[in-house]
Design a protein around this ligand. Structure first.
Ligand SMILES: Nc1nc2c(ncn2[C@@H]2O[C@H](COP(=O)(O)OP(=O)(O)OP(=O)(O)O)[C@@H](O)[C@H]2O)c(=O)[nH]1
Ligand SMILES: [Mg+2]
Length: 195
């Protein structure tokens, strides 16, 4: 995919702030600090477009990025960050679940997991939810640069058998591993949803 433009449009804290022009959306989901914002920047080759940080819980709103004036990347808040109040956690969960459940523009859900670790209980729960609700989705095992080739192969094998109904692809936002393959999947989803 040739990227001709990529711009941050808005942060939405409430449903009425979601974009309303009907363009297809690619959503990025995963636990806090797994690398969602980094993945967006890596795909768009724009350092710092989506804010990244070492502090989990950085992205607390639903953030919309317009790509090529054609479709949106949607950066969702991370889950599984323990150091916020229960009320705030359920707010985030509800916001993300509302979005995932109701959003007709949703063309593809990209669920991130950390390539170095087995999927967490919350990772599995989200994956089951996506499968159960027939949401177009795939899993990106990110931070692949932190593993050797052998370790990565082993980890992917484990994840693929655990998330048997889902396509799993390796990625590294630092090294750009997997970028072409992921763009191919995104382009296909965008084309499918355009009418
Ligand atoms: N080595 C390596 N580090 C990465 C990669 N992706 C992300 N990181 C690092 O992981 C940390 C978290 O990345 P973010 O992109 O901010 O994570 P996030 O999922 O958006 O986090 P929240 O917004 O808090 O939910 C940062 O320090 C990144 O530099 C990767 O592919 N390789
Ligand atoms: Mg983020």
């Amino acid at each position: 995919m040739k990227i001709t433009s990529a711009e941050f449009i808005k942060s939405a804290f409430e449903r009425r702030h979601w974009t309303a022009d009907g363009r297809p959306e690619i959503a990025f989901l995963g636990r806090s600090n797994v690398g969602k914002s980094s993945l967006i920047n890596s795909l768009l080759m724009r350092k710092g477009l989506a804010r990244t940080s070492n502090t989990p819980g950085r992205t607390q709103s639903i953030n919309f990025f317009l790509v090529n004036d054609d479709f949106y990347f949607v950066d969702l808040p991370g889950y599984g960050y323990a150091r916020v109040s229960k009320a705030m956690r359920s707010d985030w969960g509800r916001m993300a679940e509302d979005y995932l459940t109701d959003r007709e523009e949703l063309a593809l859900c990209i669920q991130l997991i950390d390539a170095r670790h087995d999927p967490t209980a919350l990772d599995r729960q989200l994956n089951e939810w996506l499968v159960h609700h027939n949401k177009p989705h795939l899993v990106v095992a990110t931070k692949a640069d932190k593993l050797s080739r052998n370790e990565l192969d082993k980890a992917l094998k484990g994840t693929r058998s655990e998330l048997a109904q889902t396509r799993v692809m390796p990625y590294s936002s630092d090294k750009g591993i997997g970028r072409d393959e992921l763009w191919a999947a995104i382009s296909e989803a965008v084309e499918k949803s355009a009418f």
